[in-house]
Design a protein around this ligand. Structure first.
Ligand SMILES: NC(=O)c1ccc[n+]([C@@H]2O[C@H](COP(=O)([O-])OP(=O)(O)OC[C@H]3O[C@@H](n4cnc5c(N)ncnc54)[C@H](O)[C@@H]3O)[C@@H](O)[C@H]2O)c1
Length: 351
């Protein structure tokens, strides 16, 4: 029986707007949630799920086979450790944790309890990205030289999509600002598209627009160990109506340009431009939501252990290390990008 019984820890914005609909669309079942907030539990009740104020109640639900963790970042570790100890499969939101130490503890917990663990990098499941990956692997770009990503939004001090406090602007809960929130998507996507991770990384950050103490923008540069260059511009200070979700994969024989594919929703466009400048659209399933596909893939791997090779806590830990190294390069870790200048480089990250 393929339908999986899900639990959710942290029934806020992403869980309500994307994961619960994804579970439904995939034909799985949301059995129960854990959330200390009565309004969040009431929202889960409207989805037909039981609400628990504490994790023990969720864990005791035998019908919960897999648990999606979508709390603020600093709470991922405690939830994953408890779920791992109980033998539940876990799909944990990105970033893996608010600190590298917590991410390492998560990797240790899931390894020692031998549970099925994945970080919820939904961009891997967007059909546009799957199409690009397949064509890159088939050699359509020739030698891949660079990946360029813009992934930005507007996040004001009072931003809240589900009536929750804005923990994203508090480094002790989020781990940082726009960089730790948005860059993991692109870093993981590069690994997915190229089949190898970024090895070296550096960053400049800014707190340029908003009156909160975390970075509201960052520019990251990276390189794979075989020499592909990457740039990522992530930001909380970009009006949502501007073009702000763009992915380019460049090679010696052409490039892919994906617009509005990064994010939580289906759709967007992908164009292939060949070495002579001729453009052609790349077809993909415009209706398949990355969250629904993520639920399907995780559920399928839960039933068929051979498919779990697509998931790796160690790989996700490397992505987390890149985030920390990017912040540290800004803080003076050595190298040409190490000297922050004035308020435009201020940030409050403390790993
Ligand atoms: N993949 C994506 O595209 C994507 C999008 C948005 C958020 N996220 C990630 O999802 C997570 C949640 O983000 P959000 O925007 O939904 O946050 P949110 O603030 O809207 O929701 C968080 C929920 O967690 C609950 N919570 C707080 N403490 C808890 C505890 N101890 N146990 C259980 N629940 C608790 C809150 O009451 C709230 O309902 C973050 O890690 C974020 O980075 C990922």
């Amino acid at each position: 029986m393929d339908a999986v019984g899900w639990g959710i820890v942290g029934y806020g914005w992403v869980a309500r707007d994307y994961m619960a609909p994804g579970i439904r669309a995939a034909g799985h079942r949301l059995v129960a949630v854990c959330d200390p907030d009565p309004a969040s539990r009431a929202a889960a009740g409207r989805e037909g799920a039981r609400g628990h104020a504490d994790l023990a109640g969720l864990i005791a639900e035998d019908a919960v086979e897999a648990v999606y963790v979508a709390t603020p970042n600093h709470l991922h570790r405690a939830a994953v450790e408890a779920l791992a100890a109980a033998g539940k499969a876990v799909l944990c939101e990105k970033p893996m944790a608010a600190t590298l130490a917590d991410a390492e503890a998560i990797a240790r917990a899931v390894a020692s309890k031998e549970i099925f663990y994945g970080t919820a990098f939904d961009q891997r499941h967007h059909p546009a990205h799957r199409a690009i990956r397949a064509q890159v692997a088939a050699g359509r770009l020739g030698t891949v030289t660079a990946v360029r990503i813009v992934y930005a939004c507007w996040l004001g001090r009072d931003w809240s999509e589900a009536g929750q406090p804005n923990w994203r602007i508090d480094a002790s809960q989020a781990g940082g600002g726009a960089l730790i929130d948005l860059a993991p998507h692109g870093l993981d996507l590069i690994d997915f598209l190229l089949g190898r991770p970024i090895a070296d990384i550096a960053a400049l950050t800014q707190t340029r627009v908003h009156d909160y103490p975390v970075d509201d923008g960052a520019l990251l540069i990276g390189r794979t160990d075989d020499g592909v260059l990457a740039s990522l511009h992530v930001a909380y200070n970009c009006p949502d109506a501007l073009p702000r979700r763009r992915l380019e994969v460049v090679g010696t024989k052409g490039m892919f340009v994906a617009e509005n594919t990064m994010g939580q929703v289906a759709g967007g466009t992908v164009t292939f431009i060949d070495g002579s400048g001729a453009e052609e659209p790349v077809p993909f399933d415009l209706d398949a939501s990355p969250f629904t596909e993520q639920v399907r893939a995780f559920g399928s791997a839960l039933r068929r252990p051979a498919e779990r090779a697509a998931y790796s806590a160690e790989r996700d830990l490397h992505t987390m290390r890149l985030v920390v190294e990017a912040y540290e390069s800004e803080l003076g870790g050595g190298g040409p990008l190490s000297a922050p200048r004035g308020a435009a480089s201020r940030m409050d990250y403390s790993p």
